[in-house]
Design a protein around this ligand. Structure first.
Ligand SMILES: C[N+](C)(C)CCCC[C@H](N)C(=O)O
Ligand SMILES: O=C(O)CCC(=O)C(=O)O
Length: 367
């Protein structure tokens, strides 16, 4: 281990010498155009160690290595590349606002964006992405109620995720797919794609039509971040179990059979923050990942989570009207729909999690 002390701040670090050699930033070790290392890890001698090191300036460290290599490091690079700083940045940079109905209604003005302004202003797009990170739900208003304009509005903000439902999809009660969404039935709060190994990061919905003689069809949204915090506070054993027990999900139709098994709650191992809530009671496959003697405990824990989700105070009920697109974080916010009558047509799309995060990261919104 190499002891380093930064003379200006007095901060000290103990650095693994192999790690430091593996993080040489010179052009021989790192392709600075592609940010890729130019060597295989096995090319570095296992016993590589520091022969000599000295501070060229208060900010720059020069190291002579036992394999004959010479490296120059910025103190800031070494310091910022440590676990402690990563956790600190991650905790600070994703300042989220967990909400229940009261809180989200108090903040609704921060969630609404007009398409004309989004089209002409990158700053508006940036504010939309920031609100989506913070609250997990935003709206784009003043959108002509067509799939084409819905697509234009969404592509202004994010690339779209292609699945067997399509890249843009339009659905109604027409049985285009073997799913309850393609009926007039009630859908309780859920997240989509629990049967995909990588559930859509965002989902967008635009009600482009609901016939005047139609009834029902209101949507409701629940902040899974707020619910998970409540579960952890009030039912810590249930929280721990739902973070641990893998739950199988599946989607089956002609030519498609998707399965994925993972816990309902996924936590960031470094920060303990919620990474993903994966909750859809309808799309559950045969539950066979626990011995029968542990089933009662699992169902009791799942009921506690669902009762929190179903709590009216958590639910934001609203009728999606033609002209307004809702975009929500499908790894955090649950959505549902009341049963309806009449002709109701929804248009929308998914956005990959990595594309949502990349957009937010390139805008400096998340780490
Ligand atoms: C959104 N769209 C209508 C295209 C698909 C709906 C898929 C619904 C599925 N039960 C799930 O929860 O993922
Ligand atoms: O029809 C709606 O409003 C939503 C349908 C739904 O929940 C889904 O597609 O996942």
């Amino acid at each position: 281990m190499l002891q380093l002390t930064h003379s200006k701040t007095g901060k000290s670090l103990e650095i693994d010498e192999f790690w430091l050699r593996d993080h040489c930033r010179c052009g021989e070790c790192l392709n600075t155009e592609t940010n890729q290392r130019r060597y295989d890890l096995l090319d570095l001698p296992v016993d590589v160690h520091v022969l000599k090191h000295n501070w060229q300036t208060t900010e720059q460290l020069v190291v002579e290595w036992s394999d004959g290599h010479r490296s120059t490091y910025d103190w800031a690079f070494i310091y910022e590349s440590q676990l402690e700083q990563l956790i600190s940045r991650r905790t600070k940079s994703t300042a989220l606002t967990p909400w229940n109905r009261t809180i989200v209604l108090q903040n609704e003005r921060h969630l609404r964006f007009a398409l004309p302004a989004l089209v002409v202003s990158d700053e508006q797009v940036e504010q939309l992405v920031a609100a989506l990170v913070r609250y997990g739900i935003v709206f784009i208003d003043d959108v002509a109620a067509t799939p084409t304009m819905t697509e234009l509005a969404l592509r202004r903000c994010f690339p779209l995720m292609k699945t067997f439902f399509g890249e843009m999809w339009t659905f109604s009660d027409k049985r285009d797919h073997a799913d309850t969404a393609y009926t007039q039935l009630y859908l309780g709060s859920h997240t989509d794609n629990t049967y995909f190994c990588d559930a859509a990061g965002l989902q967008a919905l635009h009600c482009i039509e609901h016939s005047a003689d139609g009834t029902g069809g209101e949507n409701f949204f629940v902040d899974g971040l707020h619910v998970v915090h409540e579960l952890r506070r009030r039912f810590p054993e249930a929280y721990e179990l739902l973070c641990r027990v893998p739950v199988p999900a599946e989607y089956i139709e002609q030519g498609e059979h998707h399965c994925h098994t993972a816990p309902i709650i996924r936590i960031d191992p470094l920060t303990g923050a919620l990474l993903q809530l994966r909750l859809n009671v309808y799309d559950r496959a045969v539950f066979n990942t626990l011995p029968q003697r542990e089933m009662a405990n699992f169902y009791a824990s799942l009921r506690q989570l669902l009762q929190l989700v179903r709590d009216e105070e958590q639910q934001w009920h609203l009728k999606l009207l033609p002209g307004s697109i809702v975009i929500f974080d499908n790894w955090r916010v649950l959505h549902g729909r009341h049963a309806y009558t009449g002709r109701r047509t929804m248009s929308g799309a998914y956005v990959q999690r990595t594309d949502f995060q990349s957009k937010a990261r390139t805008l400096g919104i998340i780490d």
